[in-house]
Design a protein around this ligand. Structure first.
Ligand code: UDX
Length: 475
């Protein structure tokens, strides 16, 4: 099929490359001329595993092209709107880019077009797009506006595209439903050579859910908000575990084994970030408010998430005492591993708070350094995790990059002023005995040292730091 993708951000570019990979003729455009120029020269403006190879291969085969939005609109049977919907100051999504595209389609398209909203939009946006087309579209334009939310996670977006749990389409006609079945046929039937996993043979076929546009739009916001709620929930449970001497990882396992709950998204830490959860949560609260529903449950989810930063900095303070003038190593800036994205990353808030208290920060991230250099001032950027640790009183882990799991601990220890790791993601728990053997103190979220450690180890730790993280008696 001839498809056009408007917007070459994370969602648009990934969708464009993947749709080309499964056999469609894809034309991708962006209003940002500089970005378009980069793409036409074969450069990818952000890091996403496997994406650069996929874009290069499909450009070479001629199935993927980049150019002006008008051309895409004129050439394609279906137009996927993937432009940004950033938050306004009141938490609502800014839909101006969506409206601009709707008007461009109205001005350029002739004949039948399936117009697909893929950007995350509030419920009833399809209705608004239809109104624009009715007001400004030509007499020769015949169209259907449909919703097809994306559920791609940064860092594993390609995997999510090729092997999704479900594909949701909000349509008003059988014709549009059939068009979507045609677009996604190779994914629905799992009949393509998987570009992510070598020798990936057959996988479970994804569900294909057909619904109305309003429900489809709500599914996206409700999914993200639910996942955010799971994270805030486990973070509160982590605080309780920490205060009472329980082990949050065991608790998460225990509740996650219930199939009604599931194990995913129960990793405690310094909270969720990124360009989706924080903004989608706020937008959903606003959508509900406008509809007369007080979604106070989600306001609490956000409140709990914001409080993670102060809680973590407090932990640092408990360990190193006064922060002024203290050299600290910060590992991980991206909002999660396998991406260079630092938008709404918890690391930014942690850095802001530590700098405000006068700490001296040496930071490192495997992929996010270029973005971080543009946005963060007042810290020392390091070439690798070891350089960041030189002379520091503690290592603070803010993103669970794989690279941090297999370091030379002795070398690290020799560089540090004090062998202390405060792990905001509990990522080094599997090697904590190894760390203890090298003389490291290891501080986690939701688990006090002695809760899971052998008696001898916890005794040596207790001797070193009397009372700092002892559970409080309850009741
Ligand atoms: C999310 C949704 O998962 C995806 O379906 C949607 O399309 C876009 O938003 P993404 O923002 O890429 O994807 O990241 P995700 O993997 O969901 O993680 C979001 C944040 O939650 C990260 O900061 C991550 O560190 C945090 N998180 C996740 C936790 O703190 N604990 C967990 O158990 C899971």
């Amino acid at each position: 099929m001839k498809l056009s993708i408007v917007g070459a951000g994370y969602v648009g570019l990934t969708t464009a490359a993947c749709l080309a990979e499964i056999g469609h003729q894809v034309y991708c455009s962006d209003s940002d001329q500089a970005k378009l120029g980069l793409l036409q020269q074969g450069q990818i403006p952000f890091f996403e595993p496997h994406l650069a190879q996929l874009v290069a291969r499909n450009c070479q085969s001629g199935r993927l092209e980049f150019g002006a939005t008008e051309t895409g609109i004129e050439r394609s049977e279906a137009i996927f709107i993937c432009v940004g919907t950033p938050p306004l100051s009141n938490g609502e999504a800014d839909l101006s880019a969506i409206q601009t595209v709707a008007r461009e389609i109205a001005a350029r398209a002739r004949g039948y077009r399936l117009i697909v909203e893929k950007s995350t939009v509030p419920v009833q946006t399809a209705r608004q797009i239809k109104r624009e087309l009715a007001l400004y579209g030509s007499q020769q334009l015949d169209y259907e506006v449909a919703s097809n939310p994306e559920f791609l996670r940064e860092g594993s977006a390609l995997e999510d595209f090729f092997h999704p749990d479900r594909i949701v389409v909000g349509v008003e006609s059988r014709r549009a439903e059939d068009q979507f079945r045609e677009v996604y046929r190779p994914v629905l039937e799992q009949t393509f050579a998987c570009p992510v996993h070598e020798n990936c043979i057959s996988r479970t076929r994804p569900a294909f859910l057909v619904t109305d546009t309003n429900s489809s739009e709500i599914i996206k916001h409700a999914s993200n908000s639910f996942l955010a709620m799971k994270i805030s929930y486990i973070n509160m449970v982590a605080d309780l575990c920490e205060a009472s001497g329980a082990d949050v990882e065991k608790v998460a396992e225990g509740i996650g084994l219930d199939r009604r709950i599931g194990r995913a998204f129960l990793r405690p830490g310094i909270g969720f970030g990124g360009f989706c959860f924080p903004k989608d949560l706020q937008a959903f609260v606003r959508i509900a408010e406008k509809a007369g529903c007080d979604f106070s449950l989600l306001k609490e989810v956000e409140k709990v998430n914001l409080a993670r930063i102060a809680k973590f900095v407090d932990k640092v303070r408990q360990e190193v005492w006064v922060l002024r003038g203290k050299k600290l190593a910060l590992w991980g800036l991206a909002f999660k591993p396998n991406t260079d994205d630092i938008r709404f990353a918890p690391s930014l808030a942690v850095i802001q708070q530590l700098l405000a208290e006068g700490a001296d920060l040496q930071v490192y991230d495997p992929e996010a350094m270029p973005n971080a250099r543009r946005q963060i001032a007042g810290v020392k950027f390091s070439e690798d995790p070891y350089e960041a640790a030189r002379g520091a009183e503690a290592v603070l882990i803010l993103t669970e990059w794989d690279q941090f799991r297999t370091l030379d601990w002795e070398r690290l220890g020799s560089l540090l002023h004090r062998r202390l790791i405060i792990d905001g993601r509990n990522m080094l728990a599997p090697v904590k005995e190894q760390l203890a053997a090298q003389g490291f103190e290891y501080v986690e979220i939701g688990r006090v040292a002695h809760a899971a450690e052998p008696a001898a180890q916890s005794a040596s730790r207790a001797a070193k730091k009397p009372g700092a993280s002892d559970p409080v008696p309850i009741g």
